[in-house]
Design a binder for this molecule. Sequence first.
Ligand code: AMP
Ligand code: ZN
Length: 471
Amino acid sequence: MALKLFNTLSRSVQDFVPLDPAGKKVGMYCCGPTVYDFAHIGNWRTFVFGDLVRRYLEFKGYEVNHIMNVTDVEDKIIKRVRENKTTLREFTAKFEAAFLEDLKTLGCREPHQKPHATDFMPDIIALIEKLIARGIAYKAADGSVYFSIEKYRGCGCTYGQLVKLNFDEMRVGERVKSDDYAKESVADFALWKARVPDDGEVFWASPWGEGRPGWHIECSAMSMKILGTSFDLHLGGEDLMFPHHEDEIAQSEGAAVQEPGQRFVKYWLHGAHLLVEGKKMSKSLGNFFTLRDLLAKGFTGREVRYLLLTSHYRETFNFTLDGLNGARQSLARIDECLGKLCELSGATTAEADTQLVDEFTAGLDSDLNIAGAWGAVFEWVRDTNRRLTENALTPAQAAAALAAWDKINSVLGISAAAESEAPAELLALLEERQAARKAKDFKRSDAIRDELKAKGWIIEDTPKGPKLKKL
Ligand code: AMP
Ligand code: ZN
């Protein structure tokens, strides 16, 4: 069955058909973290959702080029750099390192590239120059460069593709310099922000004087430079729909760099927000959790990942500590079943059972209906446990069941306890190596093998697939 995804652009569920004429390669850009603090559990919901999309596409046989940017210059960062009396690089490096560590703890596959906005200044400037040349961007008296909504619309382009906007209430010529604004205040937004004293040492030279880019143009420039002017998938949390993604479309399509008839992005996917105990997370309510806060309470990355993967990505998810305890119990049920299957199968190998894989796939093909996929998993656990109790399984059947589990676990990324002796980040690397081998990227797979070895682990091929063994 074909994979179907809800495209925010068409507001409908569509068949996923990559732009690649061979139907194999997929370009996917996920808006990454703004590295001014530790990522919170809401952010992690969105990043784990991105990981699910990538893993499922790889499971379906696509060669995914997964790009996740690191926003290392924008309003909030500059404010914190000023408050902490530090430098931009020093400040962002700390939170980026923490982010990457957490990403591994949560068993997410590492993106193939993690571009930094500060390394793309020439591309950002070139894109703004294109918009100026087309008359869609202009320099204002304060030296900043703005995107003209009126001129863009005058070129026959639509502003308001992801969200509906009421232009009757819009006052032409108004400008907004901040990256964040509500859709009720649609205005010309900043592409380049002229240097002001508060920026301190954070500025770059440009044809319009010293300054820094707006947040939205960073993602347009980086995504198109790496994935091409038209690519398949662009992901983020629902709050990024407006203005960030709307402005990305306007900048990228306003520059008219696409082939005729092509869009900037074919499918836009947005994950719904996470609430904690039914409320929006906030430090003052005491319901604000980073991953580190949860690890300190004794939970594991695997448990958090499992919980974040239990709900459909387009539904608001209510995160609770009780839910995490429930995740622990559910994982224990899965682990117990897998442990018994391992014992019974011994060294026997077998082709994977198709039923579990088929039902799991049917769920996820339908706009990543994870509830359906989990339903298949727990039905399988129940049925397997029953057959184990009745001694109705042969070692070959147990091996076939385990092989089926391995297949679906390549999507879920919640390896069983027996394999979890190696830290989650190493298991994620092992999985990435499998994916690289599948994609015939032997350079990458060898590099991962060497990295694992350097960390004291060797890969051992077993009848149930590769495992990590301590040197
Ligand atoms: P930021 O680091 O603020 O740029 O956010 C990183 C990602 O987290 C973006 O895709 C946001 O849309 C997403 N995000 C922010 N808050 C939440 C939340 N409460 N639930 C889910 N995703 C969120
Ligand atoms: Zn972005």
